[in-house]
Design a protein around this ligand. Structure first.
Ligand SMILES: C[S@@+](CC[C@H](N)C(=O)[O-])C[C@H]1O[C@@H](n2cnc3c(N)ncnc32)[C@H](O)[C@@H]1O
Length: 547
């Protein structure tokens, strides 16, 4: 992996982060400088994504982006058994997990914690000794996660519990408003990268503290230059300067004090006590504390809003990345959603690696990265590379296969039920006809296929008054299917005179070879409010920012 001076690492993995992280060829020990993770927070909710229609308005159906519901089941129990008995799990982690089980029993919270613990162990393994980890969560599980992190990193490596005020709206009439997220910050060792961060001085603070004025250098305040009783004596710093000998010593050596004096930085009170002048122009701002109230959430109208549920502000990630990494360092986000950490890392000249388990997230992220950085090159892994890979994906998760297939043609997914308005439709493909944007109906099949499926697509097109349809199939279509598609005829695109088949069939093999539908692509993306489309009307999901 990369550090400053080499070509940057930029990799997007599709898959379960535990499996991806356990692949030691991809993730050898100590290969990343900073981890930011924003896992589902145990909100017991499902998070949906709404696609834009070609007109920029929201599509009727929502697609579930990811779930945040946890069950104590056989898999969770097996993970628990592994954590408490496997020799490679450090004893203190096993003990902590056992203690949780004593207290929580086989509960949803326990299921959540046994999901998180092995991932935190892997993240600790891949961190460099100077690295840090920031775990974004909320008060629902932060108290348990802190104990898990104490056991994985060691309590001495706990650095901060950052409280980020993510909203100001009062959201519960029966208790104090729940307005904050918690970000737990740990370093791997005591030798960690740290770049202090500052916020702009508060005008009231400036008025109260910078009460003096120098004609040339502007406002300044007086600071201590001699040691106080509470600091204790430093005999080697007890010396006489201009007739003054502080009882506990000066704060600097004689040479430095003389240099400060030559530079007009010493001021003597009427009682003859020395002070240090600190000029406002030299100050970087107020050193940042662990309470962050200055980064607003992504509002409904925010330019960066994509509509991906639980999207975090880039400013938040910028702050974390600047504080705990240097240019060229590798930033890893193993739950990267729509890629906020990757965008911030790229902006700040860091290398990055993102992992997400939903193909929808990977697709949104890819479009977002290309929107922001038009010439960006990045590697992708974990996605089907051949027909067998696509078949394995379909067997594992039919919807993820569908999302993957749709993304290969720039389509937008729809999850339809039998009676819903989108019945029989797996996705839409927006395409351009002159200045107009139309949409073709897409049907995706991962099982065996026959002529009736093509007829069904044709029927759906007639019902929806769609001129074009696209049939994507994992298995090879039969001759009868091809004939049925040809019999559906051609469509003469008004205004531009081009003729295209009304029903086009594309196999997964062809998609993998790079074949595209014969339609002029138009990509509003799955995102609700991509920067390029700001003039169009957006849609709001109405979700909080919580993971
Ligand atoms: C709270 S969101 C992250 C949002 C992100 N910080 C952003 O600003 O867009 C959590 C993400 O974790 C992903 N996820 C959940 N379980 C995962 C797993 N086991 N491996 C990889 N990604 C996972 C979900 O698909 C979702 O996109």
């Amino acid at each position: 992996m990369t550090s400053a001076g080499h070509s940057p690492t930029r990799i997007l993995y599709y898959g379960d982060n535990l499996e991806v992280l356990r692949n030691r060829q991809w993730f050898p020990d100590e290969c990343v400088n900073l981890v930011y993770l924003d896992p589902p927070f145990k909100s017991q909710q499902d998070y949906n994504l709404l696609f834009k229609t070609a007109k920029g308005t929201p599509a009727a159906a929502q697609v579930q982006a990811f779930t945040d519901t946890w069950k104590w089941n056989t898999a969770a129990k097996a993970e628990y058994e592994h954590l408490v008995s496997a020799p490679q799990v450090p004893g203190r982690v096993a003990k902590m997990i056992e203690a949780f089980y004593q207290f929580l029993g086989g509960s949803e919270m326990m299921a959540y914690l046994v999901m998180m613990t092995p991932r935190l162990l892997e993240l600790h393994r891949v961190l460099k000794p100077t690295g840090s980890l920031y775990l974004h969560c909320d008060p629902a599980a932060s108290h348990y996660l802190k104990l898990v992190l104490d056991s994985v990193f060691g309590p001495g490596n706990f650095r901060n519990e950052v409280v980020w005020q993510r909203t100001s709206s009062h959201n519960d009439s029966k208790k104090f408003g729940r307005v904050n997220d918690t970000i737990l910050y740990y370093s791997k060792t005591q030798r960690f990268t740290w770049n202090p961060q500052y916020t702009e001085h508060d005008p009231e603070y400036i008025e109260d503290f910078y009460r003096f004025h120098d004609a040339e250098r502007g406002p300044y305040r007086l600071d201590h230059v001699i040691r106080s009783a509470t600091m204790g004596p430093r005999p080697n710093l007890v010396y006489e300067y201009k007739g003054y000998t502080p009882p506990w010593g000066w704060r600097v050596t004689r040479d430095k004090l003389q240099a400060l004096d030559r530079n007009g930085r010493l001021e003597w009170s009427k009682r003859g006590r020395p002070y240090l002048r600190r000029f406002l122009y030299e100050m970087k701002g107020t050193p940042l504390k662990a309470l962050w109230t200055d980064i607003p959430p992504i509002g409904a109208q925010a330019n960066e809003r994509l509509g991906y549920p639980t999207q975090k502000p880039v400013a938040l990630l910028r702050r974390i990345i600047e504080a705990s990494s240097n240019p060229g360092d590798v930033v890893l986000d193993p739950f990267c959603g729509c890629g906020t950490a990757l965008v911030a890392a790229e902006e700040l000249g860091r290398s990055w690696i993102g992992i997400d388990i939903t193909y929808l997230a990977v697709d949104v992220m890819k479009r977002r990265l290309r929107d922001h950085f038009p010439n960006i090159q990045f590697k992708e892994d974990g996605q089907p590379k051949d027909v067998e890979g696509a078949r394995a994906l379909a067997q594992r998760d039919r919807y993820q296969f569908q999302f993957w297939a749709l993304s290969q043609v720039g389509g937008q997914a729809v999850v339809s039920d039998r009676r819903g308005p989108d019945r029989g439709i797996d996705g839409y493909l927006p395409y351009q006809v002159g200045s107009q944007v139309e949409r073709a109906i897409i049907s995706v099949k991962s099982g065996s296929v026959g002529v009736s499926h093509v007829r069904d697509l044709h029927g759906t097109m007639q019902r929806e008054k769609a001129d074009c349809g696209l049939f994507i199939t994992l298995e090879e279509p039969t001759a009868a299917m091809r004939k049925e598609a040809v019999d559906a005829g051609e469509y003469q695109m008004l205004g531009i005179g081009a003729r295209v088949p009304r029903i086009q069939i594309l196999t997964v093999k062809e998609l993998l070879q790079g074949k595209k539908p014969a339609l002029a692509p138009y990509s509003p993306g799955p995102v609700i409010q991509a920067p390029r489309l700001r003039r169009r009307s957006g849609h709001q999901l109405g979700l909080g920012s919580g993971g």
